[in-house]
Design a protein around this ligand. Structure first.
Ligand SMILES: Nc1nc2c(c(=O)[nH]1)N[C@H]1C(S)=C(S)[C@@H](COP(=O)(O)OP(=O)(O)OC[C@H]3O[C@@H](n4cnc5c(=O)[nH]c(N)nc54)[C@H](O)[C@@H]3O)O[C@H]1N2
Ligand SMILES: Nc1nc2c(c(=O)[nH]1)N[C@H]1C(S)=C(S)[C@@H](COP(=O)(O)OP(=O)(O)OC[C@H]3O[C@@H](n4cnc5c(=O)[nH]c(N)nc54)[C@H](O)[C@@H]3O)O[C@H]1N2
Ligand code: SF4
Ligand SMILES: [Mo]
Length: 757
């Protein structure tokens, strides 16, 4: 069942057209393969509808309810739903016939493809098979182990960004009531760098544009380090609307991703049969990790043009009224060396000049980005430099302008709003104290990387995960696997079996939960939950399908039972668990922006949270001003004979969930162990296209090896390479993290290729 050989891999040229008929065909195939036809139809018709459930895949926003179509989803949303609403089941017999050791040899695709978990399972000390356990006993084990800790900081509570606002709020409350801020989450590996850079410079750690800013207002949209065709497919629909009213679009990316080429909108008949719309006016083929240099160069050009035409290029009124720190930034830009800018970015001065002209032609500019910018050592500096770029021309707080980090998991942004963060500010903790009458701990907790270090060093007894796939998603896979084994108890609340359930502590529990698509019945009746999308819209999500098993419990139900087992009636945990309105009332009191929560979330489409820079050009930074920053140019020194590897997602995966072995847009089918390299680099390295190699990463503490990857000559930027996450995670050193945000550097790994065998 190991499907990691390279023989079956077929290669065809990368696609220049995205979506269209092949996407529809794929959607139908997945839906029918995983679900029965009636269930498929029911599920898909409720996906992203105002009275249905939120897409469990990415965090792209939905249009206003009156503009929604009958099918308001993309191919990947449909895959995510089919994957969750599958009719396949993992039963107790499955665990009887497969030992942990055997399951470890299955790949990520096969593990999850076995279907939904159906009842709580327990791995006793020394056992090699999971065995059934009652809910009561399972909750008792977790509560006993947590109560028995010498120090609450010996527990870690991980969250993946699919948890609802209600589940996330109860979860952080439980951890803090226990006495720890050890609340690492997937965001630590994702947009943490964006949050750090934005809160420092504009006072709000998230994006400040709306969907309408993109579709109706922006004159120029710059998309840097993001692959919307695969990762936020309905963004292409929004870009098409923007394009048709005359917006210009520039893509900055080492790879020529298909979503930037022709887009054939599957929701319109012309989109299916017509030629489609070309989305990007230009693709700037940047070197991996070259964005800081590129934006600094761009800022310098803007300042020089202002010198020549004072008052014509920079928005002096905006800068004088709202910003500080410009003079230092200008001095730093003037001192830059063009040779170094070109060398680091791989982009020539002419192209940067061209971009500057595009920028000055536009009265409103949005910069969108995702993991291509956040997962580098200098990621925070890069994003700060983008803020500099936007501030120079007043591109914040007016229609069609602003920074727009495009979030990954469907509710990762909401989870953070609810307090899932190892370093929530005192203002939030004070509110928790006032609402619940206990003083939450103030000392910062472990983030994801620090949790792994602590587990490795024997400082953690209980690891609890609310969703996700910690072992596969985190860096340095072998180190993390071993770290998990140091825990006394590992607990996973999950929908499907994954690798993290197989690298366990001395004792382990698997607690199966309802997914987004499923009806959630509690003591007081049917419940709904709420989520926040990438543009800060909060709305309701109601599961509509019958649960995969009558043993499943909601995440909220599991957490409130645990709260009750740990602390009795003190915070009325069971009341929260039986009626989610009670939780929303608490949220209303604790979290800013949630007044009249219950009423406002009842409006179709929900409500938007306040974001002062967007709403009123108010910048809640330390000084009350938007801040220009000085960001020293830096890059990664790549020794001769080496390449800079980035790890990317294929079209057929959602993070560690691998739906299939194809990556249609990049022309790969039948396997995932490929490494993309520029053909001329292959010639220079003396490696033939199509050969099988080992990828060796080079780091201060030694080398790491990923074996057996097929080399694919591909039009990536020179000196760069790409391979898929999570297969390549073994290559990412635990200690290679971004400055300030501590995010694993998954997008610039120094590697060399060695013949395999
Ligand atoms: N289908 C699907 N959708 C998803 C996900 C998924 O796995 N599958 N994951 C979800 C999650 S959690 C997230 S965070 C988002 C991720 O969304 P993305 O960030 O779009 O996903 P990645 O595959 O990591 O792609 C990174 C992009 O950045 C480019 N890039 C890499 N390094 C650099 C660089 O140094 N500079 C520049 N300018 N570009 C660079 C890569 O070529 C690639 O196009 O997607 C979400 N949506
Ligand atoms: N090398 C490299 N590593 C990366 C990245 C990269 O680009 N390169 N990207 C990083 C990023 S951006 C992210 S966000 C992380 C993702 O890290 P995670 O969020 O930890 O991983 P996922 O793969 O999204 O988690 C999938 C699992 O979630 C469980 N699940 C699915 N739905 C539900 C649900 O409704 N409830 C519960 N309780 N469980 C559910 C299923 O069991 C499934 O197996 O990975 C990071 N790791
Ligand atoms: S764009 Fe994202 S949220 Fe929208 S349907 Fe597709 S996967 Fe789901
Ligand atoms: Mo993410």
């Amino acid at each position: 069942m190991k499907k990691d050989r390279t023989e079956g891999i077929r290669i065809s040229p990368p696609k220049r057209t995205a979506v269209g008929f092949p996407a529809l065909a794929d959607t139908a195939r997945y839906a029918l393969e995983e679900m029965r036809p009636a269930r498929s139809l029911k599920a898909l018709l409720k996906l992203n509808q105002a009275d249905g459930f939120d897409c469990p895949s990415c965090a792209w926003p939905d249009p206003d309810p009156e503009q929604r179509k009958l099918a308001e989803f993309c191919e990947n949303g449909a895959k995510a739903v089919a994957w969750e609403a599958t009719t396949k089941r993992v039963t107790r017999e499955f665990f009887t016939s497969h030992s942990i050791a055997e399951l470890r040899t299955h790949d990520d695709h096969s593990l999850e493809h076995n279907g939904r978990l159906t009842e709580p399972m327990h791995l006793a000390r020394g056992a090699d098979h999971y065995a059934p356990i009652s809910w009561e006993k399972a909750i008792e084990i977790v509560a006993d182990r947590l109560k028995g800790l010498d120090d609450p900081n010996r527990a870690v509570f991980y969250t993946s960004g699919r948890a609802s606002n209600e589940a996330a709020f109860v979860y952080q409350l439980l951890a803090r009531r226990l006495g720890t801020n050890n609340l690492p989450d997937c965001s630590n590996m994702c947009h943490e760098s964006s949050g750090a850079a934005l809160s420092e410079t504009i006072g709000v750690g998230k994006g400040v544009v709306t969907l309408a800013d993109i579709t109706d207002h922006a004159e120029l949209i710059v998309i840097a380090g993001q692959n919307p065709g695969t990762c936020h497919p309905r963004m292409l629909t929004a870009l098409e609307v923007a394009k048709k009213r005359g917006a210009r679009i520039v893509a900055i990316n080492p790879l020529p991703e298909a979503g930037f080429g022709r887009f054939r909108n599957p929701q319109t008949p012309r989109g299916l049969v017509g030629p489609g719309t070309v989305l990007a006016d230009r693709h700037i083929s940047i070197r991996v990790n070259g964005d800081l240099a590129l934006f600094a160069g761009l800022n310098r050009v803007l300042v020089e043009r202002e010198d020549k035409a004072p008052g014509r290029v920079l928005d002096r009124d905006f800068i004088d009224k709202y910003c500080e720190g410009l003079e230092d930034a200008i001095a730093a830009w003037r001192a830059l060396d063009w040779r170094r800018i070109e060398e680091l970015s791989g982009v020539g001065r002419e192209e940067i000049d061209w971009l500057a002209t595009e920028v000055t032609r536009a009265d409103s500019v949005i910069v969108c980005w995702a993991m291509g910018l956040t997962q580098h050592r200098n990621a925070v500096a890069t994003i700060r430099e983008i803020v500099n770029f936007l501030l120079l021309r007043g591109n914040i707080g007016r229609p069609g302008a602003g920074p727009s980090p495009i979030r990954g998991h469907s509710n990762v942004q909401g989870d953070r709003t609810m307090g899932i963060w190892e370093q929530m500010p005192d203002a939030f903790l004070d509110k928790v104290r006032d609402e619940f009458g206990f003083d939450p701990p103030r000392e910062h907790g472990y983030d994801t990387v620090d949790s792994i270090r602590a587990m490795r060093d024997g400082k953690v007894d209980v690891f609890f995960a609310l969703g996700g796939n910690f072992v596969a998603a985190t860096p340095d896979t072998r180190v993390t696997e071993a770290a998990m084994a140091n825990c006394a108890l590992t607990v996973h609340v999950a929908t499907k079996l994954n690798r993290s359930h197989l690298y366990h502590g001395a004792e382990a529990l698997l607690l199966p939960c309802l997914g987004r698509t499923e009806r959630d019945m509690r003591a007081t009746g049917e419940q709904f939950v709420t989520v926040e999308d990438s543009m800060s819209m909060v709305h309701a999500s109601r599961g509509r399908l019958a649960p995969a098993s009558d043993q499943l419990r909601s995440e909220v139900g599991i957490l409130t039972e645990l709260g009750h087992a740990l602390f009795g009636d003190d915070l009325a945990w069971r009341e929260m668990g039986s009626d989610y309105r009670v939780i929303r009332k608490h949220i209303e009191h604790v979290v800013p922006g949630f007044h009249a929560y219950e009423d406002r979330v009842a409006t179709p489409g929900g409500f938007m949270l306040p974001r002062p820079p967007h709403d009123s050009r108010t910048f809640p930074t330390r000084t009350g001003k938007a801040r220009f920053t000085v960001n020293e140019l830096s890059g990664v020194e790549v020794p001769a004979g080496h390449l800079l590897l980035q790890t990317v997602r294929a079209h057929d995966q959602f993070n560690t969930t691998v739906y299939g072995l194809d990556d249609r847009y990049r022309g790969i089918s039948g396997g995932r162990k490929v490494v993309f390299v520029h053909p001329e680099d292959l010639v220079a390295l003396g490696i033939d296209d199509g050969t099988t190699v080992d990828i060796v990463s080079v780091w201060a503490d030694g080398e790491r090896r990923a074996e057996g990857f097929r080399v694919v000559g591909y039009p990536t930027a020179r000196g760069c390479a790409a391979a898929y996450f999570p297969e390549a995670n073994v290559l990412v050193p635990l200690d290679s993290t971004a400055e300030v945000s501590n995010t694993p550097v998954s997008k610039s790994i120094i590697i060399r290729l060695e013949p395999n065998g």
